[in-house]
Design a binder for this molecule. Structure first.
Ligand SMILES: Nc1ncnc2c1ncn2[C@@H]1O[C@H](COP(=O)(O)OP(=O)(O)O)[C@@H](O)[C@H]1O
Ligand SMILES: [Mg+2]
Length: 378
């Protein structure tokens, strides 16, 4: 059985893309077979995973700046151009074309790209033009008179992801999404089995959580009527009955005042961050969860409890600091960094390795918790 997991929050910059990559890698490390799907037309996940993004602007500009950075930039841009021109069919946009452009052929499983360094982990790349499907989706999802001509559109993403997962014998499909409440995201969340909501410890995340408390139940009601719609039932790709449940939240990117140590392996957030972590957790528990429970979007409380999940938070993840550029350079998650990739020695290396071990422990727990709340199929 494949579990489709949306990594969703309509607020940007809350680590959706970073979480998709790190969590997917961890699930594969735990022995699961995983596809990362880039459903954000900005293609950040595709860029990060395939090394198609170069740091820009250069560290220093001016007459003496290091021109090798310009060359690296130009080289990566050409690689990106080359990748998209050769692999259109392998992108979410290209693979969905038969359904969205009424071509006389069926959707076929995507030949996903194996991610280097982690067997069992694949990428289904994004494409900037994926945004062009928003309009057809939004017209089709009105479920009104014009539906007949677009009847193969609403169920297409579900069909494509599930047949691709079946072809590769996949356990988890993690979908990274754009920061919007548009029809593409509505469709993807509605066909998912689980949703993970990444947040950051700030006021805007609380606003976003409150808004999700209204939006997710509305999307669930829509998915129910789409799955019962007579026209969609006769489509090539019928819209499925919703199976969506809330897996939990993630709070990420806060500073530590005490670094991780052997006796305190996750470290302690600084005072102001601790306050906002608690406020976000409270908002998830008291604004979001009751609204989701009313709509049948929660799993049994016992399942969260026995998975060791408190306040519906799957993981609290600190700021990566200097580990971030190293992980980007080597295209591995922060928790896979080691002596060689860090390129450090002595006390600096020791400090970094304490951070790496702390993050490994956090992501290992995160992965196992997601598995626990996904395998409950009530
Ligand atoms: N724990 C973290 N520590 C440091 N930087 C982070 C962390 N999580 C994310 N980032 C950085 O923050 C920025 C936004 O994260 P990203 O995953 O792209 O968010 P989103 O996909 O929600 O817009 C990126 O530059 C990313 O590298
Ligand atoms: Mg993103």
């Amino acid at each position: 059985m494949t579990t489709i997991v949306s990594i969703f929050n309509h607020k940007g910059g809350v680590s959706k893309t970073t979480t998709t990559f790190n969590l997917g890698w961890m699930l594969a490390r735990l022995g699961k077979r995983v596809i990362l799907v880039d459903a954000d037309p900005q293609c950040n996940l595709t860029g990060v995973t395939l090394g198609l993004t170069a740091s820009w602007p250069p560290d220093e500009v001016g007459p003496d700046h290091d021109t090798s950075q310009d060359e690296e930039y130009s080289h990566t841009q050409e690689q990106a151009q080359d990748f998209f021109s050769k692999n259109l069919e392998k992108t979410l946009y290209g693979a969905l074309k038969p359904a969205f452009e009424s071509e006389p052929r069926f959707l076929e499983p995507v030949d996903c790209i194996p991610i280097e360094g982690r067997p069992g982990l694949y990428l289904l790349p994004g494409h900037l033009q994926l945004g062009e499907y928003e309009v057809s989706l939004s017209i089709a999802q009105e479920l009104s008179g014009s539906l007949l001509a677009l009847k193969n559109v609403p169920g297409a993403i579900n069909y494509l992801l599930r047949c691709t997962a079946e072809a590769l014998n996949i356990d988890y499909v993690l979908v990274d999404m754009s920061p919007s409440l548009g029809s593409l995201n509505q469709n993807i969340v509605s066909i998912s089995d689980r949703v993970v909501v990444p947040t950051s410890p700030d006021f805007f995340s609380i606003m976003a959580v409150r808004s999700l408390a209204r939006v997710l139940p509305r999307w669930k009601r829509w998915a129910e009527s789409a799955s019962q719609n007579e026209v969609l039932r006769t489509a090539n790709y019928p819209f499925p009955a919703p199976t969506l449940k809330f897996a939990g939240g993630v709070i990420q990117r806060y500073r530590l005042y005490r670094s991780p140590s052997d006796t305190n392996p996750v470290g302690d957030p600084t005072g102001p961050f601790r306050v906002w972590i608690n406020r976000v957790a409270t908002s998830i528990r008291s604004d979001l969860v009751p609204a989701l429970a009313k709509s049948g979007l929660m799993i049994d409380d016992q399942v969260y409890a026995s998975a060791g999940i408190h306040s519906y938070i799957l993981a609290q993840i600190q700021e990566f600091n200097s580990l971030l550029p190293k992980s980007q350079e080597h295209r591995v998650p922060v928790f896979e960094l080691g002596e060689e990739t860090l390129g450090q020695v002595g006390v600096v290396l020791e400090g970094s390795m304490r951070q790496v071990r702390s993050l490994l422990r956090i992501f290992d727990e995160f992965g196992n918790r997601l598995i626990a709340v996904s395998e409950d199929s009530e």
